[in-house]
Each structure stands twice: as C-alpha cells, then as structure tokens.
Design a protein around this ligand. Structure first.
Ligand SMILES: Cc1cc2nc3c(=O)[nH]c(=O)nc-3n(C[C@H](O)[C@H](O)[C@H](O)COP(=O)(O)O)c2cc1C
Ligand SMILES: C=C(O[C@@H]1CC(C(=O)O)=C[C@@H](OP(=O)(O)O)[C@H]1O)C(=O)O
Length: 373
C-alpha cells in the first residue's frame, strides 16, 4: 500500500514529501517529475508568484542510480518566493481557511493558518503524483485532464463521457484531447474580465484515466469503494467543491434505460457508452475513469468582501495580498496527481509486490485469468 505526507509552508524554505510503498526497481525519470511541476505552474490567471517559482524536485532518498529501491522516497521543492513580508492577517478572507483556522488553533490572526492552507502544498502533491504516474505507465495506464468550463463559459465540445466509444474502440484514447479553441479564447477573456473587476473566477475540470484494469476497488465495504476513494482525494484539493463521475448530475434527466451502459463481448467485455465513468459498485469496470470537479472562485479578492477585524471586532473589508485570479488549469494537474496516487495505491492493493517484477507477474497472471472469462 502507498501513503504520503507533505510538510512545508507557502513562504517557508521548502516543501517536503515522503512517498512510501513504491516497489523497488522502477525507473524514475526526474525530468518527467519536473515537467509535471511545470505544467501545474501554467495557465491564465496565476499570480506573479508563478513567475518567481521554477519548481524543481530534489530527491533525498529512495532512489539509487535512477531506480527506486523500495525505501521511502523523500523529496524536496525549494521555495523561491518566500521573501515577502509576512504580515499578520487579522481581517480574515471569506472563503479561505483564515477565520475558522485562527479560532481552532487559537491564533491572533490567520498567518500561520494560510501558510499551510495555501495551495502551494499542491506542488508537492504533483511531484508525488508524477511518481505514481510513472508507476502506472508500466501498466499502460495514463491520466489526462482538461478545463471544460470557466465561469459561465462552457466548452461547446462534448464532454469526454459523450464520445462515441464504438468509433474509438481501436484508438489510443490517451491521445484524445477535447479542446475547444473558441471556448478557450472566451475562457481566457472571462479570466481577464474578472481581473479587471478586482474579482476572481472558478470553473469545471474533467479528469480521465485510461487503460484501467477491471477490478480496482471493491463493493464489499464503504471504505474500499474506488469512487469513494477518488472523491475523497479530489475533495482534499483546495477550492474543490464538488465531484461527479461519468454523466454525473446530468444523469438526472435520463431514465434507467438511457443511463446505464449495455454490456457487450468481443474477446473481452466492453460497453458502448460510459455514463458510469468507469466505476460500478465501487469497482473499476474496465472502461475509462471519467470524473469532473467544480472549483470555487479564488477567495482573495482585490475588491474585498466584508469581514470583521479580529482585534477590534469592527466591520472592515478583508485583507488582500498577492493572489491568483483563477487557478482552475493548475487544479486540473493537481487532480491528475491525486487520481494517479489513488490508482497506484489500488494497483498495489490488488496486485501486491515489493519489486516491479513481482507486481508485474501478479498483474499478468490476473489479466490471463480475465482473458478466459
Ligand atoms: C493551484 C491553486 C492555487 C490557488 N491559489 C489561490 C490564491 O492565489 N489565492 C487564494 O485566495 N486562494 C487560492 N487557491 C484556493 C485556496 O487555496 C482555497 O480556496 C482555500 O484553501 C480554501 O479551500 P477550501 O474551502 O476548498 O478548503 C488556490 C487553489 C489551488 C488549487
Ligand atoms: C504558491 C502557489 O499558489 C499560491 C496559493 C495561494 C493560496 O492561498 O492557496 C496563494 C498564492 O500565494 P502567494 O500569495 O505567495 O502568491 C498562490 O500563489 C503555488 O501554486 O505554487
């Protein structure tokens, strides 16, 4: 089984992470981890902080001559943007952890709270998730994502869920990108419009996992269900307020006969549609895992909302400091990382093994059993 911990504050010296449970003998390409870190830093609407940071991973343990050893993998990302004046935050920002955190931890203000509640921590999650992606790649599993809505601007292209699976049966689905260039332009405009108004904006992202074997997760207990585990991991991303799988909330207008995915067989079982989003009864059914997340608008506002000064108790406006306008594209890379972590963990639960050779043997023998079903 996998587990990870992160440490570090937004404006501290560095972020650190420990990932435990990755089997021995996995080739770990450090440049891939750095590429993923770079993807998270992109996107319209990020603050000047992203121009300061050049996130790069320093591997401290668990790797020998580019291969994992089975030891805990310890990593570090240094913070370049730590040199801002860390003033106390006594005018808490609605929507951030400021007030609830300061009260819970008995702080005079929210500085110590926001330093950790900040999504700076998600850089480490992406580093850890990218190691999980490298592991999943050994089983041909890949994960990608795209932005499908910013504010009121929706992509006119169908969601991945609505692609014609029969037509795509022999296509490498990891190469499919549901990018709508017209919508993309309007999305960028919406971000800049929010910025002009001293405001912020949220959105919806879609995350897809392909080449998933049947049988990850389990129906037998609530905390073994794959969709439950994925939802938990997604809801832990700062700003994420909802998750839906497959057709999700749009499924409400369908009747059962229109919603459920008929079962066919051609050498193996498959579906002609994927409204379930690849998971039934808490178990992966072999179709692509498809989920969507809604991210709320960023809480720090240049045109701030009303709040209460924690010292004087007077009605004031919330404190402002350097902040993103929109971080939806970055959140989608974080979501890919969290999905990679959950799926890598499930692969280890299902197939076990302390070395890559052992887990691959277990995987191949299970896939052979499935071939005869
Ligand atoms: C990549 C990323 C960047 C973010 N940048 C900011 C930011 O610059 N300013 C801000 O107020 N919130 C930002 N957020 C959102 C806050 O971290 C989030 O709203 C806060 O932690 C409370 O989230 P919760 O209520 O969902 O737990 C960002 C979130 C993500 C995922
Ligand atoms: C540092 C990152 O995001 C930060 C997340 C964040 C927040 O409140 O969540 C606030 C901002 O911090 P700062 O005030 O230093 O600009 C973002 O830049 C990052 O994504 O690496």
């Amino acid at each position: 089984m996998l587990r990870f911990l992160t440490g570090g504050e937004s404006h501290g010296d560095a972020l650190v992470g420990i990932l435990e449970g990755i089997p021995a003998n996995l080739y770990l390409e450090k440049s891939y981890v750095n590429k993923e870190l770079n993807r998270r830093q992109k996107g319209y609407g990020r603050s000047d902080r992203m121009a300061i940071e050049k996130d790069e991973v320093i591997i401290l343990s668990g790797i020998n001559k580019d291969y994992t050893t089975g030891n805990p993998i310890s990593i570090m990302i240094k913070n370049k943007g730590k040199n801002i004046q860390l003033v106390e935050i006594t005018r808490p920002r609605p929507g951030h952890a400021d007030l609830a955190g300061a009260l819970k931890y008995n702080q005079v203000g929210a500085r110590n709270i926001l330093e950790r509640a900040s999504a700076r921590e998600t850089a480490m999650r992406v580093a850890i998730g990218s190691i999980c992606k490298i592991f999943l790649n050994e089983f041909n599993i890949s994960i990608f994502s795209h932005v499908v809505q910013i504010g009121q601007v929706k992509s006119n292209k169908n969601y991945y869920t609505n692609l014609n699976l029969e037509e795509l049966k022999n296509v490498d689905k990891s190469s499919i990108r549901v990018v709508d260039r017209d919508a993309e332009k309007s999305m960028i405009d919406a971000i800049y419009e929010a910025k002009e108004q001293g405001d912020t904006i949220g959105g919806i992202i879609e995350i897809i996992g392909v080449n998933i074997p049947v049988g990850l997760g389990s129906h037998v207990h609530w905390d073994r269900k794959l969709d439950a585990k994925i939802a938990y991991s997604m809801m832990s991303i700062p700003g994420i307020k909802g998750v839906e799988f497959g057709l999700g909330f749009d499924g409400v207008i369908k009747l059962g006969s229109q919603f459920h995915d008929s079962i066919s067989h051609d050498e193996e079982y498959y579906r002609t549609s994927n409204n379930a989003g690849g998971i039934e009864g808490g178990i992966s059914n072999g179709e692509d895992i498809v989920l969507r997340l809604v991210m709320k608008p960023i809480p720090t506002l240049k045109k701030p909302l009303q709040t209460v000064d924690m010292e004087s108790k007077e009605k004031v406006t919330a404190q402002f400091e350097r902040s993103d306008i929109c971080a939806v594209p970055s959140a989608s890379i974080v979501a890919e990382a969290m999905l990679a972590y959950v799926l890598a963990n499930e692969m280890l639960i299902k197939f076990g093994g302390d070395s890559m050779e052992e887990i691959k043997n277990n995987y191949i023998s299970y896939m052979n059993i499935l071939k005869n079903r």
